[in-house]
Design a protein around this ligand. Structure first.
Ligand SMILES: *Cc1c(COP(=O)(O)O)cnc(C)c1O
Length: 388
């Protein structure tokens, strides 16, 4: 699938914010913590609406605001707010919008630290439950006090899809807000706001930054909801993206369309290759024989990113270790979505029970397919499979 022409234009947009030298092709980095005002009256006026005025860089900053506008345009939202990390964005949504007595329903496999935060919020009277089956009848899991349905699609680890139109229609009919972690798809390959989701969350640390040199997060949605997140979740919790970090993420955004096209091309080759290997019993990626997901792939996704997982026939810790240690192009590490190929696995010597309880198969290995080229990536995987 190809990248939308409008999205290419948004990613390549020139700086048109305040204070730039005309003709400079890179955005100015407003390395300042505060902005003085010419009169006390002006100061009072601007401080009363800090979400739209440059008063203090814990709130708003021109370099960050330019990135926020571009992200809002890409997601077809009215507004966006950036954070110092993806978890900063998740924390601002959960911590900023929920109150004691509220219930959150998490749908599909969800990023581990997000669920850990939900467990922490129980101390403050916020309840939650998790439905890992992406095809479950969600109506059965909603409660009278459900205030938010939080979904990942494709989901963490197994990349299964949830019917987002059905989910948002149900939530809307009950007056329940919805949020999605859209990191896997990037703003290019899935537009959840167009499918009825209220808030889109991103870890910009992954593909949008793209160079593994910055952490960042974002929340995108209606002006009203993003404003609520700004005043309760951003201003008060203080997970701030700096101007320097925003300029690095903007640098990443410039090449996002070409990088995603290449990640996709490489990943599809890797998926097809792995599916032919006897030592691999399953490949998890929306492109890999999506079965019941096929229709959702067609109606929800505009492209495929490069994060996938596979199941080794020998799922023991020793076999996984031999496979991972034999890789050279895929380097061992956390995170994903950078230019470099990475490998990790949830398999440990003593956690088979835990994995089963979390609905994760034995021998699961996660690959982030980078930009080195499909030929060397496939060769690397072949060598490692032979080493098991
Ligand atoms: C990495 C990640 C996050 C958290 O982002 P950070 O920038 O690491 O804080 C959230 N959701 C998903 C799906 C992620 O992969």
């Amino acid at each position: 699938m190809t990248v939308d022409a409008l999205d290419r234009e948004i990613c390549a947009a020139a700086w048109d914010g305040p204070g730039g030298e005309p003709g400079a092709v890179a955005p100015p980095v407003f390395q300042t913590s505060l902005f003085t005002k010419p009169t006390f009256g002006e100061f009072v006026r601007q401080q009363a609406a800090e979400h739209e005025n440059f008063v203090y860089s814990r709130g708003t900053n021109p370099t960050v605001a330019f990135l926020e506008r571009q992200l809002a345009l890409l997601e077809r939202g009215e507004a966006a707010k950036c954070f110092g990390s993806g978890m900063g964005a998740v924390g601002a949504v959960l911590g900023g919008l929920l109150s004691a007595g509220d219930h959150v329903l998490f749908v599909n496999n969800v990023y581990g630290p997000t669920l850990e935060l939900a467990r922490h919020l129980e101390r403050f009277g916020v309840e939650h439950s998790v439905v890992t089956d992406p095809r479950a009848d969600l109506a059965e899991h909603l409660r009278d006090n459900t205030a938010l349905v939080y979904v990942e699609s494709p989901g963490t680890m197994l990349m299964r899809l949830v019917d987002l139109r059905a989910l948002t229609a149900l939530a809307r009919s009950r007056g329940i807000r919805t949020a999605i972690d859209n990191t896997w798809s990037t703003p290019l390959f899935q537009k959840p706001l167009e499918l009825g989701v209220d808030l889109v969350i991103h870890s910009l640390t992954k593909y949008v930054g793209g160079h593994s040199d910055v952490t960042g997060g974002a929340v995108v949605g209606s002006a009203e909801l993003v404003r609520e997140v700004f005043y309760r979740g951003h201003q008060l919790f203080g997970s701030v993206m700096s101007a320097m970090e925003a300029s690095l993420v903007l640098r990443g955004l410039r090449t996002l369309p070409v990088r995603m096209a290449q990640h996709q091309e490489n990943a599809l080759r890797v998926v097809e290759h792995l599916q032919r290997q006897a030592a691999v019993t399953a490949v998890h990626h929306p492109y890999a024989d999506p079965g019941p997901d096929a229709e959702l792939v067609r109606t929800q996704l505009r492209g495929f990113s490069g994060l996938l997982s596979l199941e080794l026939r020998d799922g023991t810790f020793d076999a996984v270790s031999r496979f991972v240690d034999a890789l050279r192009v895929f380097r061992i590490g956390v995170s994903w979505g950078g230019y470099e190929s990475l490998v990790s696995s949830p398999v440990r010597a003593d956690n088979a029970e835990r994995l089963r309880a979390d609905g994760l198969p034995a021998g699961l290995v996660r690959l982030s397919v980078g930009l080195e080229g499909a030929d060397v990536q496939v060769d690397d995987l072949d060598r490692a499979l032979a080493a098991i």
